[in-house]
Design a protein around this ligand. Structure first.
Ligand code: ATP
Ligand code: MG
Length: 245
């Protein structure tokens, strides 16, 4: 079982979109998947129509309750979040084991999942640290734009620090370029990222594709919304690349 944190402390780069659509794509190549929302914004849960779940990840992390596991399709389940989770930050920060709560929670979960994907908030808070400590791998989402690499050093050195001190298993699976388009400038930026982080960037990049936004507005993943889109094609290619790693 591989546990992958989907991270970047920069907001709006495509973490949630990737968690849902990579998760769904992995099921299309016969993997069993759990997606975990550990963001108090709860965008992942909302993007598939799960609003205000009565029990959510907050209760599992802070009150030792059994985490709710909702089936959201064939071979794909969700542990939802809610705004409650914002209260968890202070609580967990002040507890000795507060950084290990997610690891403990996932240890009790069905070992038949092939992949667990964790959608992180846009911060390096105690919640993101919980995710990194619970994971075997990280995927760093990089939106192709001016100053795309700004902040990457921060997250890469945090990952290194966690690996050295708290989670020796942790590896960087790769950097995923998102919102690539045909403009020369974005292609130059993509090349720059690839040359600086050579060997770490996935061959598959996610193109800019408005259908991805439309799908989430309809509470659907891209394959259910329209499988004949660039977004569906890219996320399926990414799933194949991830499963070959
Ligand atoms: N490849 C893409 N092409 C076009 N739009 C995209 C693409 N990926 C994501 N988006 C859109 O960009 C917005 C931000 O994406 P998303 O919510 O996945 O980012 P995020 O990193 O999870 O944000 P946050 O940091 O707030 O959690 C959404 O409206 C989403 O639909
Ligand atoms: Mg998000």
């Amino acid at each position: 079982m591989k546990i992958i944190s989907i991270v970047n402390h920069k907001g709006g780069v495509g973490k949630t979109t990737t968690t849902l659509n990579l998760g769904k794509a992995l099921t299309l190549i016969d993997k069993k998947v759990l997606i975990v929302d550990i963001d108090p914004q709860a965008n992942l849960s909302q993007s598939i129509g799960v609003e205000n779940p009565s029990t959510n990840i907050y209760h599992a992390l802070c009150e030792d309750q059994v985490p709710p596991i909702l089936s959201i399709g064939d071979h794909i389940d969700l542990i939802p979040s809610d705004i409650d989770l914002s209260e968890a930050e202070l609580k967990l920060q002040n507890e000795v084991n507060g950084y290990f709560r997610l690891k403990k929670m996932l240890a009790d979960i069905d070992a038949t999942y092939d992949y667990i994907l964790i959608d992180c908030p846009p911060s390096l808070s105690v919640l993101t640290l919980n995710a990194l400590i619970a994971s075997t791998l990280t995927m760093i989402i990089v939106q192709v734009e001016y100053l795309a690499t700004k902040g990457l050093k921060t997250i890469l050195s945090l990952i290194e620090e966690i690996k050295e001190n708290l989670n020796p298993e942790l590896e960087v699976l790769g950097l995923l370029l998102t919102q690539l388009d045909r403009t020369i400038i974005r292609n130059q930026i993509a090349q720059q990222v690839k040359s600086v982080y050579s060997g770490k960037v996935f061959d598959t990049a996610i193109r800019s594709n408005v259908s991805l936004t439309e799908a989430s507005a309809m509470n659907q993943d891209i394959f259910t919304y329209n499988p004949k889109t660039a977004g569906a094609e890219d996320y399926l290619n990414l799933a194949k690349e991830v499963s070959n790693e």
